[in-house]
Ligand binder design. Structure first.
Ligand code: GLA
Length: 403
């Protein structure tokens, strides 16, 4: 009897503490992060102005929720080991910043690292896990991105499990973003530990390049897209593959390339973390980031990551099953010339073994809407004949009309 009780207690403790906070990130997290545009140049002024701009630009209302300060907000640890924010850049302190962001109806995210130092050489979290989790909770942090620099000799599984447990113990629901660049295949083990995990090295603001940086490379959006192969079954509500933050509006790509980048991130149920200067963005960037039809596809409640069904001569066809029998379809033209499309819905029956969904236009009819031009394109009873410009997409929502 006594033994049974002890066992039950141990089991309860294990499940209470071994797992991440439930019911968070039920759709891919949306927000803004400082790194892609501002790298180490962060301050409370930048974060507050960005929060204001997120509201005034309509981005908050479009779904962007988390304002995340990346590396370089921290400068040292005090004599008791508590992390200290840079007093010049954050003169009011992190708690005041979190309060400000909350007062705008937004949530606040912060960055640290499982190793001894962050990637920019600031103090990391190793050895201070509970102390940091406690302080983050006290400050009102809602999201933690946890990096993997200076982690020699550490194991990803152990380090991220430890921080996940400490966050849980600190008691405030915090979305936990593992950022170990895919090295330990976190999609295979981190479903219980975090809410999203980076699947690759850093993104670079180009369509299809590799940016070599000595021992490591950063990758253009098409390269990153290709690296998402074979992992879609690991994504779903509360646990997402993270192909890194958006480069939309950062100037390295054309408007059509930015649109293709955003569309594909929507198709693969990626977190939509904008990485541009919200205060000064162009109308075109604004219109890409706030396209409600594209965002609806990304945020669909089923949380099914889309799949590539064909690739021919630089033209790829992607599908994403959506709620209520709908589908998203995206034709992605990666080539240097425009590509014709002649797609007979009735002849192209597609079965998705993962979601057990079947797109069969001979059995069901769908209305077609072009997500970017907002035009209605008839139904799936008629073959689709059009063309897609170079480095651009044709993104459609198929709405089920009748069985
Ligand atoms: C790593 C991460 C980036 C960014 C930087 C900060 O490279 O992958 O996303 O957080 O560190 O130094």
């Amino acid at each position: 009897m006594k033994k049974g009780f002890v066992l039950l207690f141990l089991l309860f403790t294990f499940f209470a503490y071994a797992q991440k906070f439930p019911n968070l990130a039920l759709t891919p997290p949306m927000g803004w992060n400082s790194w892609n545009k501002f790298s180490c140049n962060v301050s409370e002024k930048l974060l507050k102005e960005t929060a204001d701009a997120l509201v005034s630009s309509g981005m908050r209302d479009a779904g962007y929720e988390y304002i995340i300060v990346d590396d370089c907000w921290q400068i040292s640890r005090d004599s008791m080991g508590f992390i200290v924010a840079d007093p010049v850049r954050f003169p009011s302190g992190i708690k005041a910043l979190a309060d400000y962001i909350h007062s705008k109806g937004l949530k606040f995210g912060i960055y640290s690292c499982a190793g001894t130092k962050t990637c920019a050489g600031r103090p990391g979290g190793r050895g201070h896990e509970f102390q940091d989790a406690y302080l983050y909770a006290k400050w009102g942090v809602d999201y933690l991105k946890y990096d993997w620099c200076s982690s020699d000799g550490q194991s990803q599984k152990e380090s991220y499990r430890l921080m996940s447990r400490m966050l849980k113990e600190a008691g405030r629901p915090i979305v936990f973003n593992l950022c170990e660049w895919g090295g330990s295949k976190p999609w295979e083990w981190a479903g219980e530990v975090g809410h999203l995990w980076r699947t690759t090295g850093d993104i670079f603001d180009c369509f299809d390049c590799e940016k070599k940086n000595g021992g490591w490379s950063a990758w253009g959006v098409m390269k990153i897209l290709d690296m998402q192969k074979d992992i879609r079954q690991y994504a779903g509500p509360g646990h997402w593959n993270d192909p890194d933050m958006l480069e939309v509006g950062n100037g390295g790509m054309t408007v059509s390339e930015d649109r293709a980048h955003f569309s594909m991130w929507c198709m693969i149920a990626a977190p939509l973390i904008a990485g541009n200067d919200i205060k000064t963005m162009s109308q075109q960037t604004h219109d890409i980031l706030t396209n409600s039809d594209a965002i609806d596809i990304n945020q669909d409640a089923l949380g099914i990551q889309g799949m590539k069904i064909s690739s021919e001569d630089g033209l790829e066809t992607w599908l994403k099953p959506l709620s209520a029998g709908d589908w998203a379809v995206c034709f992605l033209n990666r080539s240097a010339t425009a590509k014709p499309i002649d797609f007979d819905w009735i002849k192209n029956v597609v079965t998705d073994d993962f979601s057990k969904r079947k797109l069969d236009a001979s059995a069901e009819t769908f209305k077609i809407k072009d997500v970017w031009t907002k035009t209605e394109l008839g139904t799936t009873q008629k073959a689709l004949k059009t063309e897609v410009p170079s480095h651009d997409v044709l993104m459609l929502r198929l709405s089920l009309t009748k069985k």
